[in-house]
Design a protein around this ligand. Structure first.
Ligand SMILES: [Zn+2]
Ligand SMILES: [Zn+2]
Length: 196
C-alpha cells in the first residue's frame, strides 16, 4: 500500500474520523461501523443541547462506489432541553438518519460536497449538521403542558386549576385587563367585568 495515499490532515485517532482503507477503493465493497463516541461541545440550539461528552451512538454503512465512499446509517444522541412553556428541564433521545457521498475528488463536484482526506473521512460536520437540524426548536415536556401563569410566572401544572389572583388588587386587575380574552374555561382568571 502506498503511504502517500493515506496522507491526511485529519487525526486518524479522532473519534469521528474513519479509515476507509479496508474498502480498498473497490466499488461494491462494504463495511459496517458501530461506535459510540463522546459528543463534542456546541451541538445546540437556544433551549436544546447535546451534552458535551455524552454518548453519540453511530451505526453506519460505508460503501465503496465509483466516485467515493457512501456513508449512511443512524446517529443517536441524548438531548437536554428546557420545556418551551414551563421551562422545566427535560431529557430526550434523538435519532437521525445520515446519508452522504464522500468523494475521492472534489474538482468537478460543488463546494458543499464532502470529500475524503487521504483515505480518511471526517464525519464530524456531517453528524453535527444532521443532529443540530434534528433538534426540536420548541421542546415541550408534555403536549398538554399548560405553561406558566401569565401573572405570577408559577408553573400551572404544579399550582393547580384552583390557582387565581385576587382581582381586587389593582395591580393584578390592570394586568388581567391587558390579556387577550379567549373564553377558554380552563383559564385561571376570568376576564375582568367592565362596568358592572
Ligand atoms: Zn412544560
Ligand atoms: Zn399566578
Amino acid at each position: 500500500m502506498s503511504s502517500s495515499r493515506s496522507a491526511t490532515r485529519l487525526d486518524p485517532r479522532a473519534p469521528l474520523v474513519l479509515d476507509t482503507r479496508e474498502l480498498g477503493r473497490r466499488p461494491g465493497s462494504m463495511r459496517r461501523v458501530q461506535r459510540t463516541v463522546p459528543a463534542p461541545d456546541g451541538w445546540a440550539l437556544d433551549l436544546v443541547r447535546v451534552p458535551a461528552g455524552s454518548d453519540v451512538a453511530l451505526e453506519l454503512r460505508l460503501e465503496s462506489v465509483v466516485d467515493g465512499v457512501l456513508v449512511s446509517g443512524t446517529v443517536r444522541v441524548s438531548v437536554d432541553a428546557e420545556c418551551g412553556r414551563c421551562l422545566e428541564p427535560l431529557r430526550d433521545v434523538l435519532e437521525v438518519e445520515v446519508q452522504e457521498l464522500f468523494a475521492y475528488d472534489l474538482s468537478d463536484a460543488d463546494e458543499d460536497a464532502f470529500a475524503l482526506d487521504g483515505d480518511f473521512i471526517d464525519l464530524e460536520p456531517l453528524v453535527r449538521d444532521a443532529v443540530v437540524l434534528g433538534l426540536p426548536f420548541s421542546p415541550v415536556c408534555d403536549d398538554a403542558c399548560p405553561g406558566l401563569c401569565s401573572l405570577c410566572g408559577e408553573p400551572l401544572a404544579e399550582i393547580g386549576p384552583e390557582h387565581a389572583h385576587d382581582e381586587s388588587d389593582p395591580r393584578w386587575a390592570a394586568l388581567a385587563a391587558l390579556r387577550p380574552t379567549n373564553g377558554s374555561a380552563s383559564e385561571p382568571l376570568a376576564p375582568p367585568e367592565i362596568g358592572s
